[in-house]
Design a protein around this ligand. Structure first.
Ligand code: WT7
Length: 657
């Protein structure tokens, strides 16, 4: 665990020199949803504060007990019932906003769809009726493997309406990854598409589903959205077209209220082992916190704002800040199918201009890419309506923060760096726009209602100016309720390092004002373009290749993607020296990882080495490999079982891809 410290320390020294401050403008503060008093109110009565937030939702039965906390298991709004789809759709139509646009959808080729809340209600009801016809009942799990098309939103809300937990699998994951997720949750139905448009061409999804389903036994039906019209293999009796089954359904559906603790979804994320964890989120507390954070951190004004979160629906950001939070708050939002450079590098800005986007939520990796492409590209578009910017996924370096505010936020908008995780379900640490004086690169304070601390190795809070591990000290409404099917792993992973407190896996620093600066993971998890990938997962993909004897993977600092995956591989004796020295094997192994996990896990670099640095107990010293990967002189080698190993490795370099 302390293995991550050297990188964390480096980040720290850079950050400590950051002294720029941005006070809220009086105009923004005057109209802001957030108020400074929220901190005091929440501190005085934390649970009561959350009850106030929960009252913004529509409940069918009020709760009896706000919080039942039996560490590490929490239940929120116990006894209450509600329907998430009703809260995100129907209630807005009932309050007279049926004609308001819910989603301005833009396909990559330039086709568009405008979906009002009344349209959304009809689509969700039809989809719910179709799922019922296909045999999905409350409690059944549904896997969703879709591109960024509106049907992804309809499908998720239809599942929520029925109380059938969805498991959305990012469309960039491989058939293998999809199969293991289908299996782990015993999904009964898979919702997919023929394909989606990416980089100007149709990219197939259905073949991965066919392969995955053939290896699993729980799936009864596959519901297929027709998006690209490319050829698909068809399994009679199992596969059904969305347009054939959903379109003919009645467009009304009487919803059933679900228990506040009824499972809403499972979302898999990488941990420190090879097996991804199925993070479980439930109904009432989750919706309360995503709606609350979306309202105050993004300052949403539902009648005038056009909100855009550029994440993919396959990640938690898409779940909480494209689907559940914004729709619960009656946002009008933009949803885009494709890549930022198709047909050209101005695509995001032309979309923002076209729809008059006022609030933009994106990731540091994208901001840094835009910096690289040049500020004349955003400058060529009218972004004057943008009034608030958000960042998520990894630490944002101050230069990227300042660029984002100056170029995209025309030197005046607040920028909120929001820290959270798949497990936390919703934002946890972020400035409040209009209230907080902003510091570039810092997520600053836990939101009102959230309790976080930075602690040292022994679990003692560090003083201001100190650094250590980020922990969450009180339960929060949208917290994960467990790992699907594995309560033991849940307790061990998150609650055993510092008993009674949630261990986030991130290093953090408290500055002289007590503000929090996140420094990246302290465990064996990498963060590549805001995507979480475990070193062990990539290692196990590598060793599954017949030519690989051993592999060690590290995340090396990368100027654009945050971290890049660097693998050190020992090949088997059957591989000849010439082959081992060549570029072909490196390519073969990179492609193998891509096939096993998905293109996002493809190593940036693979080095074929004769040995790996290990301690006497056999643990790989990733710290030393990271030194090599980041071109630093190699640190302390005295704990190595064989101290000459690093010389052997260095002698072989560079043998990179
Ligand atoms: C990990 C969670 C939360 C949605 C996207 C990622 C890192 C996330 C920040 C931030 C510094 C951040 C952490 C965290 N992270 N946001 N604002 N500053 N680090 O969700 O895949 O569950 O990853 O992303 O390391 O633990 P995720």
């Amino acid at each position: 665990m302390s293995d991550g410290d050297s990188t964390a320390e480096q980040g720290l020294s850079n950050l400590l020199h950051e002294e720029r401050r941005f006070a809220p403008s009086p105009e923004f503060a005057a109209q802001a949803n957030a108020r400074a008093e929220m901190y005091e109110r929440a501190a005085a009565d934390r649970v009561g504060f959350w009850e106030d937030q929960a009252r913004d939702l529509s409940w069918d039965t009020p709760w009896e007990t706000a919080l039942d906390w039996q560490p590490p298991f929490a239940k929120w709004f116990v006894g209450g019932t509600l329907n998430v789809a009703y809260n995100c759709v129907d209630r807005h139509v009932e309050s007279g906003h049926g004609d308001q646009v819910a989603i301005h959808w833009e396909g990559e080729p330039g086709d568009t769809r405008t979906i009002t809340y009344a349209d959304l209600q009809r689509e969700v009801c039809k989809a719910a009726n179709a799922l019922t016809e296909l045999g999905v009942a409350k409690g059944d799990r549904v896997a969703i493997y879709l591109p960024m098309v509106p049907e992804a939103v309809f499908a998720m809300l239809a599942c929520a309406r029925l109380g059938a937990p969805h498991s959305v699998v990012f469309g960039g994951f491989s058939a293998d990854a999809l199969a293991s997720r289908i299996d782990d949750a015993s999904a009964k139905l898979v919702i997919t598409a023929d394909g989606g448009f990416r980089r100007g061409a149709p990219s197939a999804l259905k073949p991965a589903v066919d392969e995955a389903v053939s290896r699993t036994s729980s799936v009864e039906k596959v519901l297929v959205v027709q998006r690209t019209k490319q050829d698909v293999e068809w399994h009679e009796g199992r596969d059904v077209w969305w347009h054939e089954v959903v379109d003919r359904q009645p467009d009304t559906h009487a919803y059933e209220p679900h228990d506040s603790e009824h499972p809403l979804y499972i979302l898999y994320t990488s941990g420190t082992t090879a097996k991804p964890k199925g993070i479980l989120h439930t109904t009432g507390g989750y919706l309360t916190q995503v709606a609350y954070t979306h309202k105050y951190v993004f300052d949403l004004k539902p009648d005038t704002d056009v909100y855009w979160c550029s994440a993919d629906i396959g990640w938690v950001t898409g779940h909480s800040y494209i689907v559940y939070g914004p729709l619960a708050n009656r946002a009008t939002q933009v949803m885009y199918e494709g890549t930022p450079d198709t047909p050209d590098r101005g695509r995001l800005w032309s979309i923002a201009e076209k729809y008059g986007v006022t609030i933009l939520y994106t990731a540091p990796t994208l901001i840094r890419t835009m910096m690289k492409w040049g500020e004349e590209i955003p400058a060529a578009h009218d972004l004057s309506k943008i009034r608030l910017l958000g960042s998520v996924g990894e630490p944002i370096n101050p230069e990227a923060w300042v660029w984002y505010r100056r170029v995209v936020g025309h030197d005046e908008t607040p920028v909120c760096d929001t820290w959270w995780q798949t497990e936390t379900g919703a934002l946890m640490i972020s400035p409040l726009p209009g209230v907080t004086t902003l510091k570039p690169g810092s997520a600053q304070r836990p939101l009102p209602g959230i309790s976080a601390e930075v602690v040292d190795d022994r679990g003692e809070p560090v003083p201001n100016g100190g650094g250590g591990y980020l922990v969450l000290t009180e339960p929060w409404p949208s917290m994960l309720r467990g790992i699907w099917g594995d309560d033991t792993r849940y307790a061990e992973t998150y609650w055993s390092r510092f008993p009674g407190r949630y261990f986030a896996g991130d290093g953090a620093k408290k500055d002289e004002d007590g503000d929090i600066w996140l420094l990246g993971r302290v465990d064996d998890v990498m963060n590549v373009s805001g995507h979480r990938i475990s070193t062990t997962e990539v290692e196990s993909a590598l060793v599954s290749h017949p030519k690989v004897a051993e592999a060690a993977v590290v995340g090396a600092t990368d100027p654009t993607t945050g971290q890049g995956i660097v693998a050190f591989v020992i090949v088997r004796g059957t591989v000849g020296e010439d082959e081992a020295a060549g570029a072909e094997i490196v390519q073969e192994l990179r492609n193998h990882v891509s096939k096993e996990i998905g293109p996002i896990a493809k190593p940036r670099q693979i080095m074929i080495v004769p040995e790996l640095p290990k301690t006497r107990s056999g643990k790989i010293m990733r710290r030393l490999l990271r030194d090599v990967a980041e071109n630093r002189s190699v640190g302390d080698v005295t704990t190595l079982a064989d101290s000459t190993v690093m010389d052997l490795i260095s002698a072989k370099l560079p043998a990179s891809a």
